[in-house]
Each structure stands twice: as C-alpha cells, then as structure tokens.
Write a protein of this length. Structure first.
Length: 425
C-alpha cells in the first residue's frame, strides 16, 4: 500500500488546531497511540518555505528531542515522509497527516471536508464558550460551523461577560477525575482545564475520597511552573493597559510571581472544592517543562468516642497516595520515594508524581473563642461551660512533580480525546 492509499481511510479522524506547544505534542501523542487513523492539523498560515519546514517543525523539539527517538528509542529511524507538497499531506509513522495553511478563524477551517468531528483546540486564543460562532475575531464555537461536533479546548474556559452563566453544552473534564461525566447528547464544548489543574486534581481527589482526610478546613497551592510562550525571552515594553508588568520581564533570568486559575477550574471538575477556602498562585521559573505543585492542606482531626484523636501523619498521607497509584488500569498518579529533581520527571506518563520522601505534617490545637463565632447568641454562649474550645488540626505539606507539557497534560488530554470519540459513536 503506498502513501496516497492511506488517505482513503477516513475514520476515525482527529482535528488539531495549532502546531504550538500543546498542538504539536498532541500530534506526537496520537501518532504514537494510533487510535485515530488520520489527523488533520490546522496552522492557518504558511510555515517556512514549505512542507520541508513543516516536517522539521513536527520532527524536532527542544525539550523532548526527535519524534522518532522519543517514541521508539535512540536507534529509531525518521518516521516523517512528505506525500503531497501542495495539499500539505504527510505520512508520520504510517498515520496520514494533513496540514492546513489557510484559515485562522475556526469557522473557516475545512474540517467538514476531511470528515473531522472531534477537534482539539490548542491555540489558547478561543476560550469563551459564550462567544458567537461567526465572530470575525474567531470563537471556539466556530469549529461547529466548520463541521466539528465536539471541541476539546486545551485551556480553561473564560467567559468575558461575567453576567453570563456557563452554557449547558460546555463542561470541564479532567481524565481520571470526572471524564465519565461527558454526555454526548449534551456536551459539544469541553475544557480539558490546564496542566496545573490536572496535576492538582489528581493530588486532591485521593484526599477527598479518604475518610480520614476528606474533612478539610483550608487548602492552598503554589505551582513552581516552567516557562510558557506567553512570556518574554528578553525584557520588553508592556502593552497598553497591561496590569502585570512582571510578564514583560525576561524568562531567562528571573523567578516571576503570577496568578493561576487552577483553583477555580478545579472546582468545576471536583465540586467539593467549592466548600474549601482554596487559594492558588504560580511562580514561573526558567525551566522548559518541569513543574512542581506545593499543596498545603489543613485537616480537622476527628475525635472518637473514647476521646482519642484520629491520627493523620505523614505515613497516613503517603499511604493514601500509594493506594491511589494502584487504582485503575492506568498509572495516572505515581508515588515516589526517590530523591527526584525536576529533570527526572520530563516525559513521565503521569498526571502527578508524588514526592513521598519530602511530604510532611504537623498536628496542633487551635484555640477558638466562641464569642467570635457569627450567629452564636449570648444565651447559647452562656450555656457553654467553656468560652474557648481547643480544636485539633493537622497541617500537611504535599509535593507533586508534573511534566506540564507532554507527560502530564498532553497525555491526559489524549486519553480524554479517545474516550470522548468512543462515546460519540
């Protein structure tokens, strides 16, 4: 069978919008996975001097190396062939890949002509699920006009008009957390959240499912995060109206404080989080993909009938994650007691790698003045023999590594795409 014959197979077909960091690595994932028999990638513009530049862009990566050695090892041979320069057709490890180079607006991309029903929207530009599909500036719903039935967005939704609710056909799904909530009769827009939210969700879920640790008083998270293409390589002049001047500083030389919507997006996938006072922030550092979540949680210890405090210590926390590692057919969470550094997690196929050797807890008592509790009447207050209560609490600090581009996020988004496509049939 020659290369052209492969393009006669039209099912199943995946569409990918953008060859940026997540778009290109999504292509790598599905070329290696081979569930989709054809892939159509839209870049919306010419690349270099032609398809040779396209092929090299796909083949080489500064973080993960060459696609063939990444997938098959150091002795592997190149796997990309140019089939048709004019029509933008490649054959990558036996998978027909068509690269579209004309339309930037989702509504103008010719998905329908290629039988694409599922699209991975990876530009990071079209985040508002309420935006009109025929918007001149482009909108995620434009993919529907172009023929797609379902769109998976590689970022969290952001509704510009805060007065508008989330549309009923839009949902946030994280594979291994709530992906089974996908309803093919209802959902046409899916947010795969973000890399940080994905890692954080897999750290939080085991704690919320365990009787000892599900009673959380507060939680906070800091992600020590690798750089992204939204940052500047060298110092630049901020755009008009820019509020955060730090984003215009060089990613090469600085630790940069910034915000993250991980906590907000987490609540969409795990509703129980809404009842916890959860804070989140991000610290950008000069690494390419290695990131670390530092999760701080305060638990209310339970007291049994005999007055004994239900003990939560480091061993308890680590045992919870050891058990979580063994659940299900996939290792979505990896528990490690090795002394890892950031480079050790590059490419690891896991949503999060728990650094068990560095986790720690501390138990203490908090004095609560009953007079400061809202809604407690003077009559009720006077009926208590004690005016101050000692409440046992445990503070836990939990560390989780994640490869925020391929190993953690792109792989989980790939799992989600395959699951959604199977449900669409």
């Amino acid at each position: 069978m020659n290369g052209t014959d492969f393009f006669a197979e039209k099912r199943p077909v995946l569409g990918i919008n953008s060859l940026g960091r997540i778009g290109k690595l999504t292509l790598w994932h599905h070329v290696g996975r081979k569930y989709f028999k054809e892939i159509v990638v839209n870049q919306g513009r010419e690349i270099g001097m032609g398809m040779e530049a396209v092929a090299q862009t796909i083949e080489k990566d500064s973080t993960y190396g060459l696609i063939h050695t990444f997938l098959y090892g150091i002795n592997a041979q190149p796997i990309i062939k140019i089939v048709d320069e004019k029509q933008g057709k490649l054959l990558i490890d036996g998978i027909p890949v068509t690269v579209l180079r004309k339309a930037r607006n989702p509504k103008d991309i010719s998905w329908r002509d290629y039988g694409v029903e599922l699209v991975a929207e990876c530009t990071g530009e079209f985040l508002d699920p309420t935006a009109s599909p025929d918007s001149e500036k482009g909108a995620i719903r434009g993919h529907h006009l172009a023929g797609a039935k379902v769109v998976i967005n590689s970022a969290a939704f952001k509704i510009k008009n805060k007065a508008l609710p989330m549309p009923e056909d839009a949902v946030t799904l994280i594979y291994g957390i709530n992906h089974e909530a996908f309803n093919p009769a209802q959902h046409t827009l899916i947010s795969a959240a973000s890399c940080t939210t994905t890692g954080l969700a897999h750290m939080m879920k085991p704690l919320l499912e365990n009787e000892k640790t599900r009673c959380m008083l507060t939680a906070s998270m800091s992600t020590v995060h690798a750089v992204t293409n939204s940052q500047c390589v060298l110092d630049s002049v901020p755009k008009a109206g820019a509020k955060d001047l730090r984003k215009s500083r060089s990613i090469l030389d600085n630790i940069i404080l910034t915000s993250t919507n991980a906590a907000e997006a987490l609540a969409l996938a795990i509703p129980e989080v809404k009842e916890i006072g959860f804070m989140a922030d991000s610290i950008r550092i000069p690494t390419k993909t290695e990131s670390l979540i530092i999760l701080n949680v305060t638990f209310q210890s339970r007291i049994g009938k005999d007055g004994e405090i239900s003990h939560i210590d480091t061993a308890t926390i680590n045992d919870i994650y050891k058990q979580a590692e063994t659940k299900g057919p996939e290792r979505l969470l990896v528990y490690s007691e090795e002394q890892n550094v950031s480079a050790d997690v590059v490419g690891i196929d896991a949503s999060i790698v728990i650094e068990g050797q560095f986790n720690h807890t501390r138990t203490a008592f908090i004095d609560v003045d009953l007079a400061h509790i809202p809604g407690l009447s003077r009559e009720v207050l006077d009926s208590f023999p004690l005016k101050t209560l000692k409440i046992p609490v445990v503070h836990a600090k939990i560390f989780g590594w994640y490869d925020n581009e391929y190993g953690s996020y792109t792989n989980r988004m790939g799992d989600l795409a395959v699951y959604v496509h199977k449900m669409m049939k």
